[in-house]
Design a protein around this ligand. Structure first.
Ligand code: G3H
Ligand code: ZN
Length: 293
């Protein structure tokens, strides 16, 4: 199987993006694996600190390994890692990439902490297993949830978005392999309206300045047109979480309601997996520039 770095190079050349989907249970993971298998596309599975804690690091690492052995091109990312202890745990467990998230801190502090995290990554990264390291610049909120308001303190006004010159300074100082900027994106999604629009020109200006792959976080709730525009402007990886959570909960509620006497999980869960899978497939098709089914 190709390395994640090679897959990112490929999507850059094709002007497409690779989907990153957060999971915290077996059903969501199965849904992502089924979607990737059906479409024969590479995919990144992300687990935040909370998701890792719940599913278990050795468990998710071996599940992903198993899917790979079955021919699914699945990569594993330690999403939004906020402590050095957790950076080290993920790095030595065999993750393909680690995101260190100090985006809520002032610039200099973010740089200092990101450098510390990078030093841990270096210790565990080798030519045989290169761990990609991502840093974040610009605060976009923290929770993958249904929103009624923008996350407090999130950078959404043009003057607060990540600036190309600052991004370059950050990348040079920290040596990150990939950068997650604030370009109008926010974590979570609104129930009845799309998320605020993305600043496509800003994405392009940052990409031109830093010349490393850019990652769009907070993908749930953005319009298809914004996603396509963001990919054209230089985004290589797109994170989606809330949309999977919403599909999971809705399908679970409906399934339980229509099967009041069923108690076997393996009878109840296939419909839930399918509902999440549909969301993942739709996003993967869009990011890979495939026709919608
Ligand atoms: O890292 C996870 C994501 O950025 C997901 O954000 O819940 O808005 O899709 P989302
Ligand atoms: Zn994120």
């Amino acid at each position: 199987m190709k390395s994640l770095r090679e897959v990112i190079k490929e999507v850059e050349q094709k002007k497409t993006a690779i989907g990153h989907f957060n999971v915290s249970n077996l059903e969501q993971l199965k849904a992502v694996a089924n979607a990737a298998g059906n479409l024969n596309l590479p995919v990144i599975v992300g687990v935040s600190e909370g998701e890792r804690e719940y599913i278990g690091i050795p468990q998710i690492v071996s599940l992903v390994k198993n899917y790979r052995a079955q021919g699914i091109r699945m990569y594993l990312n330690a999403d939004h890692t906020r402590s050095l202890e957790n950076v080290e745990k993920a790095a030595c467990a065999g993750f393909d990439s680690v995101i260190f998230d100090a985006a809520n801190l002032p610039f200099e502090e973010n740089v200092r902490n990101t450098i510390d995290a990078r030093n841990f990554i270096k210790k565990y990264s080798s030519w045989r297993h290169k761990i990609l390291f991502e840093g974040e610049l610009g605060y976009i909120g923290t929770s993958s949830e249904i929103r009624t308001a923008l996350p407090e303190g999130a950078a959404v006004r043009p003057e607060d978005l990540t600036k190309p010159e600052e991004a370059l300074k950050f990348v040079k100082a920290t040596g990150v392999n990939m950068l997650a900027p604030a370009v109008g994106n926010v974590h979570g999604m609104f129930a009845n309206m799309p998320d605020p629009g993305l600043d496509l020109e800003r994405i392009k200006a940052i990409r031109d300045a830093v010349r490393i792959p850019l990652v769009l976080h907070g993908g749930s709730g953005n319009t298809d047109a914004d996603f396509r525009g963001a990919i054209d402007a230089g985004i290589s990886i797109i994170h989606i979480s809330t949309e999977l959570r919403v599909a999971w909960r809705k399908a679970l509620e409906e399934t339980l309601k229509s099967n009041p006497n069923e108690v076997a999980p393996y009878e109840l869960m296939p419909g839930v997996i399918k509902a999440v899978q549909n969301v993942v497939e739709r996003r993967m098709r869009l990011f890979a520039d495939l026709p919608s089914s």
